[in-house]
Design a protein around this ligand. Structure first.
Ligand SMILES: Cc1cc2nc3c(=O)[nH]c(=O)nc-3n(C[C@H](O)[C@H](O)[C@H](O)COP(=O)(O)OP(=O)(O)OC[C@H]3O[C@@H](n4cnc5c(N)ncnc54)[C@H](O)[C@@H]3O)c2cc1C
Length: 181
């Protein structure tokens, strides 16, 4: 029986990334997956071949954004192996039974204008929350490349500009928790 340095159970995207890094570092790896399709909850599959042949659906994860905040794509040279991200615009289409519809675009302004067709208040709140997202994304890359120790990660998040702007109670709670431990 062949021996391996590392056995990984599950070829979800975390298992795949771990296996690739370990192989790159010279370890022998056995990656076991119970399904016939690798990718775990991040797969895109043709789930209705009879009713909708050729149409592929994301079974769980609908976008794969955070991977771009870390070095994985570049370090594992995934482009060389055929990885290509396709960016849609509009990104969301929600048809209503009464014929109305909602479209979300890559442009924040265009998306908020769409929301404003239904509610000015929601459009304004969406703008604020998207701003929150863009500020937090400036800090996230740092936390994503830290070793898997919750303290520096939480510290990176809680000392970010996001906290200064929003200072929600959970951030205060985490900050207090870090200070006490
Ligand atoms: C409904 C939903 C929507 C989501 N939307 C998003 C999104 O839009 N964007 C985003 O970034 N993330 C999203 N996520 C989260 C993302 O899908 C997960 O964080 C990610 O898939 C976790 O990857 P993983 O490799 O850790 O585990 P998984 O993807 O769960 O993979 C685990 C793998 O292990 C296999 N396995 C389990 N047990 C065994 C066994 N005993 N033997 C062999 N194989 C086994 C499974 O078949 C599976 O392939 C969503 C998750 C869900 C559930």
């Amino acid at each position: 029986m062949q021996a391996y340095d590392v056995v990984i159970i599950g070829a979800g995207h975390n298992g795949l990334v771990c296996a690739a890094y370990l192989l790159k570092a010279g370890y022998s790896v056995l990656l076991l997956e119970k399904r016939s399709v690798p990718g775990g909850a991040a797969t895109t599959e043709e789930i209705m071949p009879k009713e909708a042949p050729g149409f592929k659906f994301n079974l769980c994860a609908i976008d794969h954004e955070f991977i771009h905040l870390g070095p994985v794509v570049e370090e594992l040279e995934l482009g060389k192996y055929g990885l290509e991200y396709l960016y849609c615009d509009p990104v969301v289409f929600c048809p209503h039974p009464d014929g109305k519809y909602f479209l979300a675009h890559r442009s924040v302004e265009k998306t908020c204008a769409e929301i404003a067709r239904y509610s000015d208040r929601d459009a304004k709140n969406t703008l604020n929350s998207l701003h929150f997202g863009s500020v937090s994304r400036t800090r996230l890359p740092q936390s994503l490349t830290l070793p898997p120790n919750p303290f520096p990660i939480l510290q990176a998040i809680t000392t970010s500009k996001v906290c200064k702007i929003y200072s929600p109670c959970w951030v205060e709670w985490i900050r207090a928790w870090i200070c006490c431990t």
